[in-house]
Design a protein around this ligand. Structure first.
Ligand code: 5GP
Length: 192
């Protein structure tokens, strides 16, 4: 998505440790016009899929997922990072290691909001090593729901997540795929 790549080139900041900061338009301050274009693009890509629910993870996936959901006219469920998992069986839970915080979280979704009739589009802001997505896929499988596809705004193609997820046979669409970044010059290289 050219508009997104241009914006990343203009306002993205390359940090040490393979981190790209996009907090002026994507995951702190949010550019809703850009989000609308992202929503339209995911709708175009997944138009043929019978999606009835969007699943994301707190916090930075939520804003994007909500705008995308308007184009599909479906509800959004976000997986919650829990302090302690509730053991009364009312939730699906999994563990996710955070790329940015280097911490392992228990992540939950209530059984009320995900079940075997659901056809899910998973949406998230970034794909790095794929831990967040692997956890979300695990939650969908626990619920017996089906995954229609995964939409990612920025994939760091030089990290292992993209290959890992595609090797599971899940349809993964990333709107911008970064091949490399240089934290000294600030350059960002995209896959075509
Ligand atoms: P993964 O689980 O694929 O390793 O990482 C995905 C999550 O880590 C995303 O939901 C995102 O919040 C965060 N993340 C990973 N890499 C970056 C990055 O370069 N920049 C930002 N802003 N967040 C990242």
């Amino acid at each position: 998505m050219e508009l997104l790549k241009e914006r990343i080139r203009k306002d993205g900041v390359v940090k040490k440790g393979n981190v790209l900061k996009v907090d002026s338009f994507l995951n702190h301050q949010m550019d809703i016009q850009l989000f609308n274009e992202i929503g339209k693009e995911f709708k175009r890509l997944f138009a043929a899929c019978p999606i009835n629910k969007i699943l994301t993870i707190e916090a930075s996936g939520i804003g994007i997922a909500c705008i995308v959901a308007q184009y599909f006219d479906v509800p959004v469920v976000f997986a919650k990072k829990a302090q302690s998992i509730n053991i009364d069986g009312e939730v699906y839970s999994t563990k996710i290691e955070s790329f940015t915080h280097k911490k392992i979280y228990d992540v939950i979704v209530s059984k009320k909001f995900l079940n075997e009739n659901d056809k899910v589009l998973i949406i998230d802001d970034f794909l790095a090593n794929g831990c967040a997505l692997a956890g979300l896929i695990d939650l969908v499988k626990s619920a017996g729901a089906s995954i229609e596809g995964i939409g990612i705004v920025v994939e760091k193609g030089f990290q292992k997540g993209g290959d890992l997820i595609r090797s599971k046979g899940v349809r993964l669409e990333s709107l911008a795929i970064i091949e490399g970044m240089n934290d000294e010059t600030g350059e960002i290289f995209f896959r075509d």
